[in-house]
Design a protein. Sequence first.
Length: 362
Amino acid sequence: MELSLPELCGQLIVGGFDGDELPAVMAEALRAGRRGGVIYFKRNLPSVEAAHELSSSVVDAARDDLPPFIGVDEEGGRVRRLPAPVMTLPPMRALGKIGDVELVRRAGFLLGRQLAPLGFNLDFAPVLDVDSNPKNPIIGDRAFSDEPDAVARFGRAFAGGLGKAQVLACGKHFPGHGDTDKDSHLDLPVIRHDKERLDAVELPPFRAASHAGIPTLMSAHIVLSEIDPGVPATLSHRVCTTLLRGELGFRGVLFSDDLEMRALSDNYEIAESAVGAIAAGCDALLICRDFELQEAALDALVRRAEADSSFKSRCTEALGRNLAARRAKPPRPLPSASDLDAVFDSDEPDALLDEIKRRSKR
């Protein structure tokens, strides 16, 4: 498939926006092939009917040959975007404490079975960080456990459940955000552990997920000072390519975390972070709110690809990965919002939540 440079580079950008209707500029970007998909937040999702209508608008706007990512952070606990009647999973720590891999797999499957009819083909979950720092302001109970092997087991199970429901899982936040005392939404955390410690604690869940064939991962805006001093992982070729691809064997799509987060935006212009993330080895860029920043990132990618054939080849490689994932699990919202009643009539989610509550008290 021959794409123009704006199309090639635009397909690497997954954008967010305000409101519960698809903005005209975003619809036009999708029609023109200049976006690879969208990400929703609570601000976009006042109801499941609104979510369904929004996804239908995205699918209608996108080109048939370029099915979009339609993604959401629906982890459970304090990170959830969708309102009732979508099931409210507890924090992943609660599932980890029960210790039942099949229960975790069932949780991922039942959640995915509710997400897919709303048009979602991507859930930015599960968290694969190890809860190793009690002072961590951003991970905590979002992690399954403080034990790397447990995080690996439960992360694989949750991702497998989502996949069975035709939703792509995205493990995060590579190479491990668990032992930080800063929130990368606000600041740039630095992890000073040596490689031996990283191999023992931070990396095992990502290695296990890679070997299990998880379709996507998300980078963290953190610095590994013993691997690439001063360089955020999202912008580090040593982390995103040498470590993740070469050593851990990951073959899927690597998303950047949101390039608007202050860990990057306080230190880099959007043009620098967009080009840097793709050059480092990211395959898709999250820019979660500002359309003008998305356009600035696109312009920077195009200009770099025009000037540097090796960078253009890197963009082509990135598109190959992320388009393969989208085509494997394209978004399929139900034909009509009236069909949603049957989706949420099932007793299985409530039965699962009751079981989790009961077993959590033991």
